[in-house]
Write a new protein. Structure first.
Length: 421
């Protein structure tokens, strides 16, 4: 059976995908919102660093012209101290000062390719302090805001997701209870409320109403079916029994008329078949199983032109009337498809195997017939198999079609009860 999609699984997928999309969207929104604020905060920090560093570097001794600039260790910020002529007096360690001098140094904020620079005048001799922050540092700060906001939202969504799935399962529980109650409904309960009780959810109220209407229609149909089956059985049994009695009298008076014997035999088969069909096609067939010899029963049903090979009794426990109807149809199928000899053997604890010497079918045709029987699809030329299958199911069993070698006819296996595990 094909696995159906799950409502809970679909909701979980939607919420999970929505959580990821929401985390990304919220992170982007937060990034765009705080972009300017982060820049302002970092600019304030850059200005404060310059103002705090200016008094310190002002007291540094001025190097002579031959003395190289003094190098000082700095953290994430780079700084350069220029004299009035623009020469470098000191700078932070591991920093190439040349990029900071690509444009004319000036006080205040300025932007370079990889730096955000703030210039601060130092002392009374025209020195200028340039404090710079790498743009990668600013990007890292913005990314941290984006990641932190997005991860926080995603963590909340992942915590909420199991709660949503659990709540959805609880909300769908009334549907599971409804299906369990429907499985327990018997045909005699169709006119009642089916034991469903009042709807537990507002959305289930229309379903309850539809099921109640369906139950009433099914109950009416069942009543009509029972009344028809009882009336038809009564109307058909009487004339068929009368015909059989008249034929018996005629045979007693004229035993030389062999055709009368054949007509009486056909009438007996017809009577059994009609009564079996009326019982079989009820909603719940009444099976009256008892021990019997299927071989003896089949011998009574054989039409002219078919011969049953000798063999031991085939003892089964079955409803004689229903089994006779199944055998009649299987025998008719065998004769219509070129069979002349029949072989009957026991099969399993309560079943039989009937094989003819007719034309048979290919393996592909055999598989197609089995598929049609399982899916209740009508087969124009295999209605006898369908009725035999219905008889087997009424007994709690099944009809099987074992593979037969080409040229060896057609085989039907009739299991009248499910094999024990």
């Amino acid at each position: 059976m094909k696995r159906l999609p799950s409502i809970v699984g679909e909701l979980a997928w939607i919420v999970g995908a929505g959580a990821l999309a929401g985390a990304l969207a919220l992170g982007v929104a937060a990034l765009s919102t705080v972009h300017d604020e982060v820049d302002e905060l970092l600019d304030d920090a850059l200005r404060a660093s310059a103002e705090g560093l200016a008094p310190l570097v002002a007291r540094l001794p001025r190097p002579s012209q031959d003395e190289p600039p003094t190098v000082h260790q700095a953290g994430h910020f780079a700084w350069v101290l220029l004299d009035a002529r623009g020469a470098v007096r000191q700078h932070s360690a591991d920093v190439d000062a040349s990029p900071l001098l690509l444009q004319a140094p000036r006080a205040g904020f300025s932007d370079l390719a990889h730096w955000r620079v703030y210039g601060q005048a130092v002392g009374s001799q025209g020195d200028l302090l340039l404090v710079a922050q790498a743009r990668e540092e600013r990007h890292e700060a913005r990314n941290e805001v984006f990641i932190n906001v997005g991860m926080t939202y995603l963590a909340v969504a992942l915590v909420v997701l199991p709660l949503l799935v659990l709540r959805t399962r609880r909300a769908l529980r009334p549907l599971e209870l409804m299906s369990e109650r429907l499985h327990r409904v018997a045909p005699e309960d169709l006119q009642q409320d089916w034991g469903l009780g009042p709807p537990e959810r507002r959305e289930l109220a229309p379903v309850h109403q539809a099921l109640e209407g369906l139950g009433q229609r099914l109950a009416q149909r069942l009543q009509f079916e029972r009344a028809f089956a009882a009336q038809a059985a009564h109307l058909l049994r009487t004339p068929l029994a009368g015909i059989d009695a008249q034929l018996a009298v005629a045979l007693k008076e004229h035993p030389e008329l062999h055709r009368l014997a054949q007509v009486r035999s056909a009438t007996t088969r017809l009577q059994r078949l009609v009564l079996a069909l009326l019982r079989l096609f009820r909603t719940q067939p009444e099976v009256q199983a008892a021990p019997l010899d299927a071989r003896a029963l089949l011998c009574e049903l054989l039409p002219p032109g078919l011969e049953l090979l000798d063999g031991p009794p085939v003892c089964v426990r079955a409803d004689a009337e229903l089994l006779a109807a199944a055998l009649l149809n299987l025998v008719d199928n065998a004769q219509r498809h070129g069979g002349a000899l029949l072989r009957l053997q026991p099969s399993g604890p309560n079943g039989l195997l009937l094989q003819d010497d007719g034309l048979g079918v290919s393996d592909a045709e055999r598989q197609a017939i089995l598929l049609a029987l399982q899916s209740n699809t009508d087969q124009e030329h295999r209605l006898g198999l369908r009725l035999a299958d219905l008889v087997a199911r009424a007994h709690g069993g099944r009809l099987l079609l074992p593979p037969t070698l080409p040229g060896q006819g057609f085989t039907v296996q009739l299991e009248l009860s499910e094999p024990s595990a």
